[in-house]
Write a protein that binds this ligand. Sequence first.
Ligand SMILES: C[S@@+](CC[C@H](N)C(=O)[O-])C[C@H]1O[C@@H](n2cnc3c(N)ncnc32)[C@H](O)[C@@H]1O
Length: 279
Amino acid sequence: MTLLEVLQSTTAYFTKRKVESARLNAEHLLAHALGRKRIDLYLEFERELAEGELAPLRKLVRRRGQGEPLQHLLGTVEFCGRTFISDNRALIPRPETEELVELIIQSTIDQKPSTILDVGTGSGVIALSLAAKLPDAEVHAVDISDEALALARENAARLGLAERVEFGRSDLLAQVDGAFDCIVANLPYVAATDRATLSREVLHDPATAVFGGERGDEMIRALIVTAAPHLTRGGLLALEIGLGQANALSALLTEAKYRDISQRQDFAGVTRFLLARYG
Ligand SMILES: C[S@@+](CC[C@H](N)C(=O)[O-])C[C@H]1O[C@@H](n2cnc3c(N)ncnc32)[C@H](O)[C@@H]1O
C-alpha cells in the first residue's frame, strides 16, 4: 500500500471506532511510526510502504482504536511551546491549561512574582513553563502522587530546568512551608458521579488527577481555604476549575476574604479560571 492508502484506511478505521479527529490522529501515528514530521508525510504520499514500516504502525493503530490516548502512544505532548513526556503516571496536559500559564504571566507583569508554587503539578507543565518564561522566579511544585513527581522531574531534566523547580510531595499544602507571591493549581475537579460520562481517553488519566470528590470542587475548596496563610501580601491565587463551578467558588473566595476576584474564560468560552489576591 502507498502511504496515502495507509493514511486513508487508518482514518476510516478510526472513524468506525469513534476516534475524534480521525485523520489527524492517523497522520500523527503514521508520522511517529515512520520517524517523520507530520507535514513531511505529504511529500511521500505515493511511496509504497514496506512491511517492516507497517508492523509497528498496526500496533499503535489498534491501541488508539481501543481508546488509548494519542499522547500516550506518541509519548510526548506540546505545551507552551515545549515538548513534555506524557504517560499514564500523570494527567495529559490540556491546551486550556496553557491559557492559565499566560494569565499568570499577564497578571504578574508589573509585580514579577519572585516565588511561585504549583499545587498538583502532575507532569510539571505549569511549573516548568513558568520557570522557563520567568527566569528570575523561584518555582516550587508539589503533588500527592510520587509517580507524577517522578515524571515531572524527568520533564525538568529533559528541558534543562531541573535546577529551576523544586519538586516535593505534599497533600495540598500540608507539607508546604512559607509564603508565595503566586499559588497556581489545576487540581482534579470532576465529580465522582460524572465518571460514566467521561471519554475512554480521559479514563486513561490517573483517577487521582481527575476526580475531585463527590461534587468535584472539594479539593479546590480546600485549597482556597488553606492557601491564604501561604500567600504573601497581595499574593495571587490562580485556579483552573470545572464547568459550572465558577460562581460557588467565587463566593467561597469572597467568604475567605480574597479580593480582586475575577472569572476568566478559556478559548472555548467556558469560565475555566479564577484569579484572586489575598491581603
Ligand atoms: C488535573 S491534574 C493537573 C496536572 C497538571 N498540573 C496539569 O495541569 O496538567 C491534578 C493533579 O493534582 C494532584 N493531586 C490530587 N490530589 C492532590 C492532593 N491532595 N494534593 C496534591 N496534589 C494532588 C494529582 O496527582 C494530579 O497530578
